[in-house]
Design a protein around this ligand. Structure first.
Ligand code: 2E6
Ligand code: F3S
Length: 316
């Protein structure tokens, strides 16, 4: 762009972008391609990001919606969001080599669900209907053992058969504030409800939300890099908006609408847990074509979480 570019301060949230579970899941697909050779099948988007999916396709991954689409004898990876128990069972029945890229923090919720149901509890599960993580977690227990609670209204209305014998679990990528409100209602209505922990919102989700809370009041506009089907990314947009700042979800620099920037002197940028840092750089470069940008990173906490790879892949 020619002419004088107006100044614009960019506040970049930290932590942002890839979490340890996403890093691990992508690595599992890459190592599987190294071990088995292409193609390696992946059931569902490995993480909810088109750029990541396209990069892995270019390396030899084939993404499918259902296990039935995986040919006999082909290796298959299950996505970071987790799968119902029936899926690995079916893969084993077909003799497929499968690798489970479920985030260990999602697997932890799976094990808690199993344990709670085995001890006779009915679970109230706080999460978003239809999300693959919710489908996967419901698929750890027999039908009817768990009831979905999405909102405060649901929490007020839910009518379990045995209110004295309840426990709760949550999806990992929920809004910290909304979940606290839903839990407030459940604990008021069912004082004996068992809590295996405070909630199951993961460290990456809550850290990214705290970082957005810190920058939103300091800027005129917040941009969140993430996909429309990425729960944790959508929550970041909500957090910014609730802190009084207009916010937009963008997948790439091409999605920017410079009408959003009218009158803005400062813009906050963050990225969901499935969005690569490369897309942050791309976004900044695109903005810099229109503005004289000065960048500042605002770090609210340093993350050092790393998850081990599944056995058999570490040294591949
Ligand atoms: C698995 C579990 C949690 O939609 P959601 O935020 O759950 O998923 P992604 O792929 O956008 O983020 C990573 C992730 C994977 N989060
Ligand atoms: Fe796992 Fe949380 Fe990332 S559940 S995949 S660490 S967003």
């Amino acid at each position: 762009m020619s002419g004088i570019r107006p100044p614009l301060d960019l506040l970049i949230a930290a932590p942002r972008g890839f979490c340890a579970g996403v890093d691990r899941a992508i690595r599992i697909v890459e190592l599987a391609i190294g071990k088995y050779g292409a193609p390696v099948y992946v059931r569902h988007e490995i993480v909810h990001n088109k750029f990541v999916v396209d990069s892995l396709k270019a390396k030899g991954a084939i993404f499918v919606d259902e296990l039935d689409q995986v040919p006999d004898g082909a290796p298959v990876v299950f996505s970071a969001h987790g799968v119902p128990k029936a899926i690995p069972a079916k893969a084993a029945e077909r003799g497929l080599d499968y690798l489970d890229a479920t985030c260990p923090l999602v697997s932890k919720v799976h094990r808690q669900a199993e344990r709670l149901v085995a001890s006779g509890k009915h679970i109230l599960f706080i999460g978003h209907a239809g999300h693959p993580e919710v489908i996967g977690t419901f698929g750890q227990v027999p039908e009817g053992a768990m009831t979905l609670v999405e909102t405060v209204e649901d929490a007020e209305a839910v009518a379990p058969a045995d209110p004295a014998n309840l426990a709760f679990l949550t999806q990992t990528t929920l809004s910290v504030d909304d979940t606290a409100a839903v839990l407030g209602v459940l604990k008021r209505r069912f004082p004996a409800i068992l809590a295996p922990g405070p909630d199951d919102i993961c460290y990456a989700t809550s850290n990214r939300q705290s970082a957005v809370k810190a920058i939103a009041p300091l800027v005129d506009l917040v941009l969140v890099i993430g996909a429309p089907n990425s729960s944790n990314s959508l929550r970041l947009v909500e957090v910014a908006e609730r802190n009084g700042t207009p916010a937009y979800l963008v997948q790439r620099g091409d999605d920017l609408d410079f009408a959003w920037f009218a009158g803005a002197r400062s813009v906050g940028i963050t990225a969901g847990a499935s969005a690569p840092e490369l897309l942050v750089r791309e976004l900044v470069d695109r903005i810099a074509e229109h503005f004289e940008v000065s960048e500042r990173e605002v770090e609210t906490v340093a993350e050092q979480v790393v998850f081990k790879l599944p056995r058999g892949l570490e040294a591949a």
